[in-house]
Design a binder for this molecule. Structure first.
Ligand SMILES: *Cc1c(COP(=O)(O)O)cnc(C)c1O
Length: 342
């Protein structure tokens, strides 16, 4: 496997740290929990999209683009990191934001990632929930092209075989750190949405023959659907690497029991996980992705799903900028916090 044959613009702060979560481990009574800090990739408050964008934006540059367009939900971390990356490259950025939650909350609609999109100079167009956003994006791109712009479009979440190379790279990095620290890893757990993170990670870990399983905690789609999306993209990613067929169906595992009321809507367990990490470890999670993934990890540990004397790694995919759009979901007036509806 040779990643350096793919064009890449190095912007992310890598390698991200791999650290123990001692107080959370003590609270839950084992296994040992470690955290891979992809919330610290450095680009506009960090997160997993920085790794994907290193490969995607290099492709945009190769194609001579003067503008990038992408799409996501209102509080999209991907839109924010794309806007920041585009700013750094001197490219115009246009984002299409889908109203998946129908929240009327002022902070949700204008603060957090939306504020940062605008701060990075992106233009925003708002769309109702439930429509084909990739089709809308092609329509928007067509209009800009008719105006003479050279447009590079990036799918939602940056999840295609190019973006997923960023997580093949993460698998290389993580595998090196695991060996270096001598960790006996039972599983890697992280949030899975548009599938690129898990597809790249699984492909990389398989290519290295690590034998380490990955559990994607779903944030939107039901399990079968999520696993199919990841498997399909992993197949395409392996193909790009000349390793077709390396990812088997059994390598792709999603758990979609922690979605709660729906995409972008925190469950009680999401709020509990965010508060636990903030108070036990001083680490910020988010209500859409990493909070649900951590709720999944906590739930699975409570069920006894992992070997107690082994290590479980939580891949922190970022997202804390969204917290500023979700302040109303926390209730600090009670000793035991309960979530408020969005
Ligand atoms: C996009 C995102 C994810 C999900 O990653 P995918 O590659 O889309 O599956 C997880 N966490 C955060 C914070 C994200 O922004």
């Amino acid at each position: 496997m040779n990643l350096s044959r793919f064009p890449r613009i190095r912007v992310a702060h890598l390698p991200t740290p791999l650290e123990p979560l001692r107080r959370l481990t003590a609270q839950l009574g084992g296994p040992e929990i470690w955290i891979k800090r992809d919330d610290c990739t450095g680009l506009s408050t960090g997160g997993n999209k920085a790794r994907k964008l290193e490969f995607l934006m290099a492709e945009a540059a190769e194609q001579g683009a003067d503008m990038v367009i992408t799409q996501g939900a209102t509080q999209s971390n991907h839109a924010r990191q794309t806007a920041a990356f585009a700013a750094r490259m001197g490219l115009q950025c246009h984002v299409l934001l889908e109203d998946r939650t129908e929240s009327k909350n002022e902070q949700y609609r204008n603060n957090g990632n939306v504020l940062l999109d605008l701060l990075h100079g992106a233009t925003i167009a708002h769309y109702p929930g439930g429509i084909d956003m990739n089709a809308e994006m092609e329509t928007a791109a067509g209009k800009f092209r008719a105006d003479g712009r050279s447009v590079y479009t990036i799918p939602g979440g940056g999840s295609n075989a190019t973006g997923a190379l960023g997580y093949v790279n993460c698998a290389l990095e993580l595998s090196y750190q695991i060996n270096d620290l001598g960790l006996r890893v039972d599983s890697i757990v992280h949030a899975t949405g548009s599938a690129g993170t898990q597809a790249g990670l699984v492909t990389g870990l398989r290519a290295l023959n690590t034998g380490i399983p990955v559990v994607g905690i779903g944030v939107r789609a039901p399990r079968q659907h999520q696993q199919q999306s990841v498997l399909k993209l992993a197949g395409e990613t392996a193909g790009r690497l000349g390793l077709s067929g390396i990812v088997r169906e059994e390598d792709v595992v999603a758990n979609c029991d922690y979605v709660g009321p729906g995409y972008g809507l925190p469950a009680d367990s999401t709020i509990e996980a965010i508060e636990m990490l903030a108070r036990l470890e001083g680490i910020l999670l988010d209500p859409v992705y990493s909070g649900k993934a951590m709720a999944g990890l906590i739930g699975l540990i409570r069920e006894g799903a992992f070997v107690k004397d082994r290590t479980v790694i939580f891949l922190h995919t970022g997202g804390s900028a969204a917290l500023f759009g979700y302040g109303h979901c926390f209730d600090f007036s009670k000793p035991e916090s309960t979530p408020r509806s969005l």
